[in-house]
Design a protein around this ligand. Structure first.
Ligand code: ZN
Length: 192
């Protein structure tokens, strides 16, 4: 599957929207990306995750681990294809932690999976959890790199797609200057 095909799937499922958007950061952008829109289609998730599984198939991996929530569907599917078990860490008082009886096995190798990496914060937290409990990080696989390749985890890493984030302060937004109404994604309201 080529990068072009991948992009087409993101556009076709409205995961990638072009327009004029207010981002949660308060900045404006001409693009909005919501990975869950594509991953709600299990057949697309299977296809996209096959690139991650394919990339790591010759690496030594014992388990897959993901940060909740976005990473879970990715980790589960990659683990299914690699025929490994999949666990996840979730936020407890804003800190990622293992719950539900999940444990890190000492000396075992873990592939970290995530949907979108922007700052890599959640992935770094999961890496810390694994290492603090004696596990080894085999690599990090994720669907979309929004860091412009800036985030490096210091282990083998692979993303299926790089999507540059272009955003503007309100004063500098070229779309505002053209009086194009902006949309807050997730709501259907259009601002005047
Ligand atoms: Zn604007």
């Amino acid at each position: 599957m080529s990068t072009q095909n991948l992009l087409e799937i993101f556009i076709e499922t409205n995961a990638l929207l072009n327009g004029h958007f207010l981002l949660t950061s308060g900045r404006h952008s001409n693009q909005y990306f919501q990975c869950a829109k594509v991953l709600q289609h299990p057949q697309h998730n299977e296809l996209i995750c096959s690139r991650i599984a394919e990339h790591f198939k010759d690496h030594e991996i014992d388990f897959v681990i993901s940060p909740a929530i976005g990473g879970i569907v990715v980790g589960q599917e990659v683990a299914r294809q690699l025929k490994k078990q999949s666990i996840f860490a979730e936020r407890e008082d804003k800190i990622l932690a293992l719950r539900r009886g999940f444990q890190i096995e000492e000396g075992k190798k873990y592939l970290v999976c995530e949907d979108v990496v922007t700052t890599g914060g959640s992935v770094f937290e999961v890496i810390d959890i694994v290492r603090a409990n004696g596990g080894i990080i085999a690599g990090v696989g994720f669907i979309v790199d929004r860091s412009n390749n800036k985030v490096q985890f210091g282990v083998p890493q692979f993303s299926t797609l790089q999507l540059e984030v272009v955003s503007y302060q309100l004063d500098d937004c070229p779309l505002c200057k053209q009086n194009i109404p902006f949309v807050k994604p997730g709501s259907r309201k259009v601002n005047p």
